[in-house]
Design a protein around this ligand. Structure first.
Ligand code: TYD
Ligand code: MG
Length: 472
């Protein structure tokens, strides 16, 4: 059969295909995102799979649909389980994104070894590293599973053939950007190549009911390289993040057809690979100096999970005409807002002070609920007065200096109580539930929800909160 090659223009944002080039994608409205790609009219037919929805079952009556799609593969790795929504769903396509060097290959070879140990053969396709390099990494990690098969190849057709032949319990393709098809006319790594290769791999794994992890690199803009398109094709998108010079890694579920997207898993990069961290708050607080001026405890939510983190600030007289504001791990605009409120509402003369704020552990805290901890850390450093070491500080700061309610207060307080904090300073509003209608948002927490072990102090303003928290 002759295959016809034609030219299309594919949007790197939404994946929409146009017949001619345009400055603006008519589907998503983005500018300059259409790239030329040459496609074949007929998709490649591969061993172990066929093109099109062959054998599609047709309509099913609603009561006949089972509750769970199928049995999940539950992993020992509790953090990865959590992010996946309780294990790996058979036939699911999971895209794992993250900056180079963040630990994607390490996490996946460990997962591959675990499945090989307990379930059956696993095919790890390495398109970037040689089998020797993978072998070296595996031996450093102490892995020697015989059922873990390494295929160092970049040709789509070979990979599909091997998957069809081996019929493994799990396939990992590292990375999808490094795969190319012999049959495709477009350049390796181009949007249409990546999209087509991923499409074939996903279709085959769905047909054979084999779960598939695809590794994707992240561009500077944070999109999974080139093809945002991939995000629409897979069942789940996991994003591995962390600061290069810190050991902690957060695995977020950005999309999950089989679970919640609010989940986050915490790992530590150790000499023996990625170790799940069951109690991240304890780790983030491990090196804290109690009673040091400029240190405050915030309780941000990472997904649906509260974490206790230390926020440090240093205010020191500036040598410049323009004082500096530097934030590490905090939202810079919120830092400026908090500083302005402290100057205006609390009378702190910060205009001649350089201010540095740092969240310990390389964690990023974007949530306004951390405002109060940032304000307290800055004030504590400026006044050289420590904050009560056993107090957690929770609340968003408004422009009038008022302390505003935050979501999931009870959840945050339970985490603080679990870590042995005796007090929490929170927005007074969040506590006043009586007289309001039930279900009027989740801003309020009734006293029965709150942990008994922790003394909850309600404050209306930043000023009240700081009076309660500062030791001098
Ligand atoms: P890697 O998994 O190769 O990252 P990615 O696949 O996301 O590019 O991890 C690379 C980094 O991890 C590298 O800098 C070395 C470090 N590392 C450890 O610290 N401990 C280990 O056990 C391993 C295997 C890697
Ligand atoms: Mg890698």
């Amino acid at each position: 059969m002759a295959t016809k090659v034609r030219t299309q223009f594919i949007c790197t944002e939404c994946g929409g295909a146009q017949m001619k080039w345009m400055g603006r994608c008519p589907e998503c409205g983005e500018w300059n995102t259409l790239v030329e790609s040459r496609v074949q009219e007929r998709p490649t037919v591969v061993a172990g799979g066929s093109a099109g929805p062959a054998g599609a079952p047709g309509p099913v009556s609603l009561p006949e649909i089972p509750d769970e799609p199928s049995r999940r593969l539950v992993l020992e790795n509790s953090e990865l389980n959590r992010v996946l929504g309780g294990g790996i769903v058979p036939g699911a396509g999971i895209l794992v994104g993250g900056d180079p060097g963040i630990g994607k290959s390490t996490l996946l070879i460990q997962t591959a070894a675990e499945v090989a140990r307990h379930v059956g053969k696993v095919l790890y396709v390495s398109a970037e590293e040689s089998a020797y390099q993978i072998g070296r990494r595996a031996s450093r990690l102490g892995l020697d599973e015989a059922r873990l098969l390494i295929l160092a190849d970049t040709i789509l057709e070979t990979i599909l053939e091997e998957i069809g032949r081996v019929r493994p319990a799990l396939v990992i393709v590292d990375s999808v950007q490094a795969i190319h098809s012999n049959a495709s006319a477009s350049a390796a790594g181009s949007v249409s190549q990546v999209r087509d290769c991923a499409g074939h791999l996903l279709r085959q794994s769905r047909q054979l009911n084999i779960p598939l992890f695809l590794v994707g690199h992240v561009t500077k803009e944070g999109a999974i390289a080139g093809p945002r398109v991939l995000e629409h094709m897979v069942d789940a998108v996991l994003q591995l993040e962390g600061e290069r010079f810190h050991a902690y890694r957060l695995l977020h579920s950005v999309k999950n057809r089989f679970g919640s997207t609010n989940e986050v898993g915490v790992f530590e990069m150790t000499g023996r690979g990625m170790a799940p961290v069951a109690n991240p708050s304890a780790m983030f607080l491990a090196e804290r100096l109690p009673n040091a001026a400029g240190s405050a405890i915030a309780v941000p939510l990472e997904g649906s999970r509260p974490l206790l983190v230390e926020v440090q600030a240093l205010a020191s007289p500036t040598a410049f005409s323009q004082p500096r504001r530097t934030g590490n791990g905090v939202d810079f605009n919120r830092l400026l807002l908090v500083t302005a409120v402290l100057s205006k509402r609390m009378g702190l003369s910060l205009s001649a002070q350089d201010i540095f704020v740092n969240v310990i552990g390389g964690l990023r805290v974007g949530e306004p609920a951390a405002d109060l901890a940032i304000a307290a850390a800055i004030t504590s450093s400026y006044r050289n007065a420590p904050l009560a070491a056993d107090a957690a500080l929770i609340g968003e700061i408004g422009l009038s200096g008022e302390l505003r309610s935050v979501s999931q207060l009870a959840l945050r307080l339970h985490e603080a109580a679990k870590l042995g904090f005796a007090r929490a300073i929170v927005p007074r509003h969040a506590l006043r539930r009586k007289g309001r209608e039930a279900g009027s948002g989740d801003a309020g927490a009734s006293s029965s929800d709150l942990p008994a072990e922790i003394k909850v102090i309600g404050a209306r303003t930043v000023s009240e909160a700081l009076d309660a928290a500062l030791l001098k």
